[in-house]
Design a protein around this ligand. Structure first.
Ligand SMILES: Nc1ncnc2c1ncn2[C@@H]1O[C@H](COP(=O)(O)OP(=O)(O)OP(=O)(O)O)[C@@H](O)[C@H]1O
Ligand SMILES: [Mg+2]
Length: 272
């Protein structure tokens, strides 16, 4: 085997596991070729981060991630002056590093961040592809390969309202959701390392909870929760107690809701 073949094998081995559901891979790749920014929409635990990791790997680009939170300001993304041994030195933030290096920058839960972060994102998200750094009095042009990816969860109503129209309209939007039964079963089988029949039972539970009429739950049973439960089964727990601990208790603290979910799970799972 030549060195380049060995490299290929290695790259293949390290590729994250991602099963495409629709045309999301093609859309992302086309956007990447254009340097267009991408907005990923989808509920928590549906595979957004895994998808971006897979895309970055396939494009051979570094992936730099930041998670939006309510105290996040533009300085957290762009950088700031730090005091070091009595001197002030500039430290690039993760966005600036991605702009310089031509990496993919993934900003998770973008709308959690303060409004001033959109000010630095906008000029990067249109034809300008530039990052003004006021504190340094410079403007950086994004290196080739730089791509901006942001995500948000449309399930949170307030969040939907706070994603500005002028931001939305700069991005190619890709909607991700929980995969269809066959793919989700495959994902849970692989990730949890359990037999397909066990994964299939977990996916049935997930579906039943997701399609509950008038559900009082803020979030539904995500693929992530099903994988978590599957992992407990792989460690020897019974299907029932795995689902109880990893899914039911994770979804609600309300005793009535927990009881109702427990009954639903009992009805869906095969008799032990
Ligand atoms: N289509 C898929 N292919 C492979 N794995 C998947 C797929 N969909 C979901 N998963 C799995 O679901 C789990 C959760 O995915 P991930 O962390 O990417 O969710 P997320 O959408 O980023 O969630 P959050 O919004 O909470 O950050 C991962 O273990 C991932 O492997
Ligand atoms: Mg994520």
């Amino acid at each position: 085997m030549s060195i380049s073949q060995a490299d290929e094998v290695l790259a293949e081995l390290e590729a994250p596991f991602y099963r495409a559901v629709g045309d999301e891979v093609e859309v992302f790749q086309a956007a990447a070729r254009r340097g267009s920014p991408v907005l990923l929409k989808g509920p928590t635990g549906c595979g957004k981060t895994r998808f971006v990791e897979t895309m970055a790997h396939g494009l051979g680009r570094e992936l730099i991630t930041a998670a939006g939170h309510e105290d996040m300001t533009s300085a957290d993304l762009v950088g700031r002056f730090l005091l070091k041994g009595g001197e002030t030195v500039w430290a690039d933030g993760p966005l600036t590093r991605a702009v310089r290096e031509g990496a993919i920058f993934y900003l998770d839960e973008v709308v959690e961040a303060r409004q001033d972060t959109t000010v630095v994102i906008h000029p990067l998200a249109d034809h300008r592809r530039e990052l003004p750094i006021d504190r340094l009095g410079t403007t950086l042009r994004a290196a080739p390969g730089f791509q901006l990816v942001i995500s948000y969860n449309p399930g949170y109503q307030s969040v939907l309202k706070s994603l500005k129209e002028s931001t939305r309209q700069r991005f190619v939007a890709i909607e991700l959701d929980f995969p269809p039964v066959d793919i989700e079963t495959e994902v849970v089988t692989y990730e949890a390392g359990i037999p397909p029949e066990t994964a299939s039972a977990l996916v049935k539970v997930g579906r039943a909870i997701r399609t509950l009429d008038g559900s009082p739950l803020r979030e539904v049973a995500s693929t992530r929760l099903l994988i978590l439960a599957g992992g407990l089964v792989a460690e020897g727990l019974s299907l029932r107690s795995a689902v109880q601990s990893a899914v039911v208790q994770a979804l609600s603290d309300d005793p009535d809701v927990v009881r109702a979910l427990g009954e639903l799970v009992d009805a869906v799972l095969p008799r032990a």
